[in-house]
Design a binder for this molecule. Structure first.
Ligand code: ADP
Length: 295
């Protein structure tokens, strides 16, 4: 199995489940409340670990009580925290999530007061120990330098970059990635309501690398090395329970499939199947049995 290094954030998620999304200024009672460890990169690693890979996380934790459950969860999932930077001020990034039980939608208010994992932290890691490098597309200037260092030192190691939110200059990361993982949010924010048109526009400006675009209940789209468009429908679970982290599970599904030598078209189906299965259950536990080889 592969050794995967992920660079990004881990968060504390405070999830209130409600029976229907509240109107503004309403006061409603939550059906239940859960505290979970979240964060895009950390979620993706926890899923990859369950799929049999050895994962390490490069990120920042604050030395404060709310960070403890985050650390414990990563340890429970055997994520290597050797590259983690612990700082004695700040707050663990926290996502306040309203989860609508009727349709599984999740609305997030995020708060952070913590420095980002930077180039200097990354440069201390021996990259030769990894078969795959995954980056969250954030902290653009520093991430660009990290990608550049990876190109210099381990040019043959695949580098996936998740592009979830629009951020200034984020396009500057595209040419340094071997695999680009886009979100619907990003495409919509750039005015593309048509997945194909978004992927073609990106393709016109970037080297020919596989690009994937998750599209919620409509599944996901991709462009392979040759610019061929592919699509997978979503695989909805019998009952929609929780879509929190579906995109992170999708990304893990793509990385896992590509690590196993699966072609992009089939990787898209496998990732949608995994993410759809996740939507039928709470949290990210018990993911491995959801992977089934496609014919
Ligand atoms: P995010 O979690 O980042 O908002 P998406 O909503 O695009 O990401 O979902 C990621 C993947 O999860 C989709 O490509 C799809 O395979 C799966 N998925 C999400 N919502 C549903 C749904 N309602 N039914 C089935 N699968 C879904």
């Amino acid at each position: 199995m592969a050794r995967v290094l992920g660079i990004g954030i881990a968060t504390l998620d405070i999830i209130n489940t409600v029976d229907g999304y509240p109107a503004e200024d309403a006061e409603v009672r939550a059906l239940n409340q859960q505290l979970r460890r979240g964060g895009n990169c950390a979620n993706t690693l926890v899923v990859l670990q369950q799929l049999g890979h050895h994962c390490a996380w490069g990120g920042v934790l604050a030395a404060e009580a709310d960070a403890r459950p985050v650390r414990q969860d990563l340890e429970r999932h055997c994520i290597d925290l050797g590259a983690t930077r612990i700082i004695d001020h700040g707050k663990i990034p926290t996502s306040y999530i309203t989860l609508n039980r009727r349709n599984g939608s999740r609305t997030i208010v995020h708060y952070r007061d913590l420095p980002e994992f930077g180039y200097a932290d990354f440069a201390r890691i021996d990259l030769r120990g990894y078969d795959w490098l995954h980056f969250e597309g954030r902290n653009v200037a520093e991430t660009r330098r990290m990608l550049g260092l990876a190109e210099e030192t381990v040019p043959g190691t695949p580098r996936s970059v998740e592009i979830e939110k629009p951020r200034p200059d984020i396009e500057r990361l595209f040419p340094l990635a071997h695999i680009l993982l886009f979100s619907r949010h990003f495409a919509l924010a750039h005015g593309y309501e048509e997945p194909r048109r978004f992927l073609e526009a990106v393709a016109a400006e970037t080297p020919a690398v596989p690009r994937f675009l998750a599209w919620g209940e409509a599944g996901a789209y991709g462009l392979d090395h040759d610019g061929r468009l592919c699509h997978s429908p979503a695989y909805p679970p019998p009952q929609m329970v929780d879509t929190i982290g579906a995109g992170d599970v999708f990304n893990a599904g793509i990385i896992d499939a590509l690590l196993r030598g699966v072609a992009p078209q089939k990787a898209l189906h496998q990732a949608c199947r995994l993410a759809g299965g996740k939507c039928g259950r709470e949290g990210l536990g018990g993911i491995a049995p959801l992977t089934r080889e496609l014919p």
